[in-house]
Design a protein around this ligand. Structure first.
Ligand code: ZN
Length: 197
C-alpha cells in the first residue's frame, strides 16, 4: 500500500469509534467517491484550527475572545451552568428553558483515563465562579459515575465562594448522558434542580 494512503488511513483512526477497517473504508470512499467532499473536509479542519479559539468566559469554541452567547446582554448572568461538552450546551439551548450562562469543562474527571482536575483546568472554573455577578452554579454533568464524581469535586472546590450550588434533577435515568436525552426530560431536570450546598 502507498505510504500516502496508509498515512491517510492512520489519520482517520483518530476519530472516535473508528478502527482500522472503517478507516480503510473511509479513505477509499473519500478518494474514489467524493474527492470534492474530501477536499472540503481537509480545508474545514485546517480552517477550524486557524480561526477557532476558546471563549475566555465559557470555554466553548468561537472565533472571538468572548463568544456570542456570553456577550448576549439578554442572558441572565447570575446563573452559571457547568456542563461536560459543547454538545450538552446545544441540548440545553434546545429546551428553551434556560437563559443563564454556561461553563464547559470539555470532559469529566476520569482518573483511569488520566483525566484529573488539572486536565480539566478546574482552577479556571473556580476563577469563573468567583465572578461577583454569579449567584448560583448549576452542576449539569452527566449522571454517570464520572459525572457524579465530577459534580462532587466541583461542589467541594467552590463551596467556600458562598454561592448557591444546585445539581440538575434526576428526571433522567441513572447512567444516562445529556447528549442522548430528550429535550422534555432535560427541561424538567433543569427546572427541578436540587440545591446541594
Ligand atoms: Zn462564551
Amino acid at each position: 500500500m502507498s505510504k500516502v494512503l496508509s498515512d491517510l488511513i492512520e489519520s482517520l483512526k483518530c476519530l472516535p469509534g473508528v478502527g482500522p477497517k472503517s478507516a480503510t473504508r473511509m479513505a477509499y470512499y473519500l478518494l474514489q467517491r467524493d474527492p470534492d467532499g474530501a477536499k472540503n473536509l481537509a480545508n474545514s479542519i485546517l480552517n477550524s484550527f486557524k480561526h477557532l479559539g476558546k471563549c475566555k468566559s465559557c470555554n466553548n469554541f468561537c472565533e472571538t475572545t468572548i463568544c456570542d452567547l456570553c456577550s448576549d446582554s439578554g442572558r441572565n448572568n447570575s446563573v452559571l451552568c457547568v456542563i461536560e461538552m459543547p454538545t450538552d450546551l446545544l441540548m440545553f439551548e434546545q429546551t428553551h428553558s434556560y437563559n443563564g450562562l454556561y461553563y464547559i469543562l470539555m470532559g469529566r474527571l476520569s482518573p483511569l483515563d488520566g483525566v484529573g482536575p488539572k486536565e480539566l483546568a478546574m482552577n479556571s472554573l473556580y476563577e469563573r465562579c468567583k465572578d461577583e455577578n454569579i449567584k448560583e452554579v448549576i452542576i449539569a454533568t452527566n449522571f454517570t459515575k464520572e459525572g457524579d464524581a465530577t459534580s462532587t469535586f466541583i461542589t467541594e472546590l467552590i463551596k467556600d465562594l458562598g454561592k448557591k450550588i444546585s445539581r440538575i434533577a434526576r428526571g433522567m435515568p441513572s447512567g444516562s448522558e445529556i447528549e442522548y436525552t430528550d429535550t422534555g426530560t432535560l427541561a424538567q431536570a433543569i427546572s427541578e434542580r436540587k440545591n446541594i450546598n
